[in-house]
Design a protein around this ligand. Structure first.
Ligand SMILES: [Zn+2]
Ligand SMILES: [Zn+2]
Length: 208
């Protein structure tokens, strides 16, 4: 399984990727101004960021994100590959290429902790998409920088999020915008649906 990934301690040969961003570990004498710290669930993978404000922050409702994150949608913040420094565990990463459904390190790919399998980032050709849920955002100002700015692939959503943000049917900036459903209507619709569900439950119609 580790043939192409060559996780081990080596940084040369087929492990040469460790010498390039976003995986290159900065030397202590290099100036890497730490603005944030982050870690996976088990703590083996730890990284730092030297940029305070992400280039973008989005919620993605595409079915690939739903499956990969086992969640109704995914929250990602975009950074340059030079903005990240792995403080620990860059030997403990695993890759997944969702296009070819293979574990090769082929861009764009998903990057996870090889131990707890927390998603760490999506590595694109030029940028990385980090998952803010892993980043320690300590102040309101930090949280404001990471606040999502739009929804994408909203056409594939499993739930409405009437938060006033722009909602792209597909890729942001390259697809149709979907109008927000008015919050009162969503609330009314959900209450009716819940009442209907309770009625079916009381009548035993939900069990076949
Ligand atoms: Zn982990
Ligand atoms: Zn997605």
């Amino acid at each position: 399984m580790d043939k192409d990934q060559s996780r081990g301690e080596s940084t040369t040969g087929i492990s040469e990727w460790k010498q390039r961003p976003p995986y290159r570990v900065h030397e202590p004498n290099e100036k890497f101004d730490v603005k944030y710290e982050a870690n996976c669930h088990c703590g083996r993978v730890k990284y730092q960021l030297n940029r305070r404000e992400p280039l973008d922050s989005k919620l993605c409702h595409c079915t690939t994100c739903q499956t990969q994150h086992a969640a109704p949608f995914q929250w990602a913040a975009i950074f340059h590959k030079e903005d990240i420094n792995f403080a620990n565990g860059h030997h403990d990463l695993e890759w997944y290429d969702p296009t070819e459904k293979s574990i090769a390190h082929k861009l764009p790919c998903k990057v996870r902790c090889a131990f707890c399998h927390s998603p760490i980032m999506d590595e694109g050709r030029n940028m990385i998409l980090l998952f803010p849920s892993l980043i320690h955002l300590r102040t309101d100002a930090d949280r404001a920088f990471f606040k999502p700015r739009c929804h994408m692939f909203y056409g594939q959503r499993v739930m409405d999020v009437p938060d006033g943000l722009p909602k792209w049917a597909g890729l942001s900036g390259e697809s149709e915008l979907i109008e927000d459903s008015p919050p009162e209507l969503v609330r009314e619709f959900e209450r009716r649906r819940e009442e209907e569900r309770n009625r079916r439950f009381e009548k035993g119609e939900n069990v076949k």
